[in-house]
Write a protein that binds this ligand. Structure first.
Ligand code: ZN
Length: 141
């Protein structure tokens, strides 16, 4: 499997950053025609999810819903003061999988891949693992 990395700069404490284009670029560069794109976030207060990227209110509502589920202040012991961020990251998870079909991410019409920031702003990393059958001939640049 070929692993590559993308870097994402987040701009606020809680933010969903649409990384679909950057992930699609790595798929194209890999030359994988039919296979799997694994997305992994190696952090404890950021995660990854797949959801609607047509209406930006959906990303806003996801963040608002998570904030209602996991209040910033609570009966937390972790003295870094960001337990809500750790909990939200565990809820969304740290990995996602997208099928690659005919050289493209096989996302649904309204789906996008989001880095989920819960303790920004920071620079975040995403690892992309691409596996599968490559096309014949030269890899597109
Ligand atoms: Zn912490």
């Amino acid at each position: 499997m070929r692993w590559t990395e993308i870097e994402v700069s987040t701009g606020s404490r809680d933010q969903l950053v649409d990384v679909t284009g950057a992930v699609a670029d790595e798929v194209r560069k890999s030359g994988v025609e039919n296979g799997i794109c694994h997305v992994y976030v190696p952090h404890t207060t950021a995660g990854v999810t797949i959801n609607e990227n047509a209406d930006p209110d959906v990303a806003r509502d996801i963040l608002a819903g998570l904030a209602r589920l996991v209040p910033a202040q609570g009966d937390y012991r972790h003295d870094e003061g960001n337990s809500d961020a750790h909990i939200k990251a565990s809820l969304v998870g740290f990995s996602a999988m997208v099928p690659v079909i005919d050289g493209r991410l096989a996302l649904g019409t309204w789906q996008g891949v989001y880095l989920c920031e819960f303790d920004g702003p920071r620079r975040r990393r995403m690892l992309l693992g691409l596996t599968g059958a490559k096309q014949e001939g030269p890899t597109p640049s």
